[in-house]
Design a protein around this ligand. Sequence first.
Ligand code: F6P
Length: 347
Amino acid sequence: MGKPKRIGILTAGGDCPGINAAIRGVGKTAIVRHGMEVIGISSGFAGLIHKEVMPLGEGDLSGILTLGGTILGTSREKPFKKKGNGAVDKPKLIKKNYKDLKLDCLVCIGGNGTQKTAWQLSEEGLNVIGIPKTIDNDVFGTDFSFGFDSALTIATEAIDRLHTTANSHKRIMVIEVMGHHAGWLTLYAGMAGGGDVILIPELEYDPKAVNRYLLDRAYKKKPYSIVVVAEGIAHPEGQSAADYVAHMIEKETHIETRKTVLGYIQRGGSPSANDRILATRFGSHAVDLIAREDYGRMVVNTKNETASIPLADVAGKTRLVPENHSLIQKAKSLDICMGSDCIILKS
Ligand code: F6P
């Protein structure tokens, strides 16, 4: 076989700040340190199915460290998803194109879905390395994925801004934060932004307890309240979580309540300094693994160190906030309502 000479790189799933920094980390380490060739694959696994590729030279990697989004484009193509009879055999096509492109390894930058596909491809015999990215911070096996810190900064700033307008109008402000089924972004942004109520999918919430807590704040002459809710909390279909919670509060407390859905702003724009560093570390570490021909692994951050674990340990799992997470305990100690058993201190 010989040393790996030519590697492919793709970005799949929802984008986030820091992907280009990771592409740069992979590309520079591969070209400069190991003398490898780098092939960029367009639009996630779709680009590997349709053989839409471009060589990535040193010039293509210049000036992308601070750039949001992904220069390669992305898609939510899932090649292993079962289709009807007669449908194209996408994994077979991917294997053929991997061979035609003379790739020695494929680097897959993505979230949980991408890492599962990466594992499936490695089970099919391809050399694959995964790099976790997502604002949701829910990729199993890593303490942090890049994208999270940038989104946290944006969500926190948004909450900061709600404080002043809430105070002027003596309102309750409900803000909905992304995160899919995980509450990491909501918990961290809620704490950083001084949320009074923080609702995450991992903890059941009791509308009565939330309303009682908000009324108690009003009795204590607190002029306004900030309620931070995760998009993934239990709520009826056809409504956003923020819509549902704002209505639930206003109906029972009779305190004027407004809602804000933060949405894709959380995923856009330039990465934070921490995400640039994390993404660069991840990208460079991925190539060190390739140089050692240590395939079938995903790069991780544990206890502030960059390391790697088998893709087999990651595939099909989601990292949710544990119910006893230390930040939840701290929130409760500070009289922040986490949805139920809200402490009502005597005024
Ligand atoms: O996984 C990142 C994320 O932004 C989630 O927080 C959100 O639920 C989802 O992607 C939105 O997906 P889409 O980009 O397909 O609308």
